[in-house]
Write a protein that binds this ligand. Structure first.
Ligand code: ASP
Ligand code: CP
Length: 360
């Protein structure tokens, strides 16, 4: 086992009781934000965004400012020494010596865990390629807790790019930890959920169906999680064009949905939710983005208080000659990284990107 700081790389590294503590703290912050306005005085947060962002970056920054702390960082690696060829390890090592907590977004799966391995302060995953986005999941959980009052006994539809949508992967993993949730996976065959996430559903004995038609699926749903087709993850413009516009939620579809449906979307939206839906009281996505600021305040407070037990960063072991089979894994970009895998036998799980690899 390798431990480091109180990082947040994957929400499922922590017990549900830890998430619940964050949700409760966020609720308290919403009720009395002024009580927390000096809670992080003298503390510094570094935001290292190697990929574009509006909500995650700005809600983290606002969260820290509202807690009385200050912020440093970059939102475009081209204006930092990354442009001179600095590797992930060195950039993180340096900034984690300046800041008390580092928030990182990066286009490559497993990159934030790789950074956390050598960081000198806690590192928070703000999205690593098409892999995970745990603080979006905390945002989604807070929205559902506040708006629906519970996180169990729901039929949840995920629609759009289930293959590349990191918010989908993180949220499905989280919702499997609550009782009696059913999952309806709505996508084209090309953009279906990756096997390693379907395995999480199957292993937990959860009911899930895969369908291609949103019209017929919407009637049974308690939650509809719409997502953008992730253009930046496609290997060619032609492939993206084939998928673009596959699903569009409009008022005619909403007319067939339950009266207490909650429509979520991590945003940004392109065309998958028609603007006309914004006025429907079941459209919760703008409120959801605001909940994101409060849950990030709760997370920063918890991480900087540093009284919780950190999750293990690595639970497996090093396999020097084994390569991860996922070409989008960080181990193929940062050659110095040790090749850590979980499990044994003929199939190993990469510690960075969670994909399965056949042993050579
Ligand atoms: N903002 C979310 C993410 O960074 C969703 C999206 O970009 O479509 O994963
Ligand atoms: N939801 C989300 O992560 O939004 P940004 O990409 O704008 O940060």
């Amino acid at each position: 086992m390798i431990y480091n700081n109180l990082n947040l790389i994957d929400l499922n590294d922590y017990p549900v009781s830890w998430w619940e503590k964050l949700l409760t703290l966020a609720h308290e912050i919403i009720s009395d934000p002024s009580k927390y306005s000096k809670a992080c005085e003298g503390k510094i947060m570094g935001t290292l965004f190697y990929e574009p962002s509006t909500r995650t970056q700005m809600s983290f920054q606002t969260a820290m400012l509202r807690l009385g702390g200050t912020i440093i960082g970059f939102d475009n690696p081209a204006t930092s020494s990354v442009a001179k060829g600095e590797n992930l390890k060195d950039t993180t090592k340096i900034v984690s010596g300046y800041a008390d907590v580092v928030v990182m977004r990066h286009p490559t799966a497993g990159s934030v865990k790789a950074a956390a391995l050598t960081a000198d302060c806690p590192v928070i995953n703000a999205g690593d390629g098409g892999h995970l986005h745990p603080t979006q999941t905390l945002t989604d959980l807070l929205t559902l807790k506040e708006e629906k009052g519970h996180l169990d006994n729901m039929t949840i539809g995920f629609c759009g790019d289930l293959k590349n949508g990191r918010t989908v992967h993180s949220l499905i993993k989280a919702m499997t930890c609550y009782k009696n949730n059913k999952f309806v996976l709505i996508s084209t065959p090309e953009l279906c959920l990756p096997t390693y996430i379907k395995d999480v559903l199957s292993a937990g004995g959860h009911t899930f169906t895969e369908v291609t038609d949103l019209d017929s699926a919407i009637t049974d749903l308690d939650v509809l999680y719409m997502t953008r087709i992730q253009r930046e993850r496609f290997s060619s413009a032609e492939e993206y064009e084939k998928q673009k516009g596959s699903y569009i939620l409009d008022c005619s579809k909403m007319a067939h949905a339950k009266g207490d449906l909650v429509v979520l979307h991590p945003l940004p939206r392109v065309d998958e939710i028609a603007i006309e839906v914004d006025d429907d009281p079941r459209a919760m996505y703008f409120k959801q983005a605001k909940y994101g600021m409060y849950i990030r305040m709760a997370l920063i407070l918890t991480v900087l208080k540093n009284s919780d037990k950190p999750a293990a960063l690595i639970t497996g072991s090093e396999h020097i000659h084994q390569q991860c089979s996922n070409p989008k894994c960080i181990t193929h970009q940062e050659a110095y990284l040790p090749h850590y895998f979980r499990g044994e036998g003929t199939t190993l799980e990469c510690e960075y990107c969670d994909e399965r690899t056949l042993v050579k």
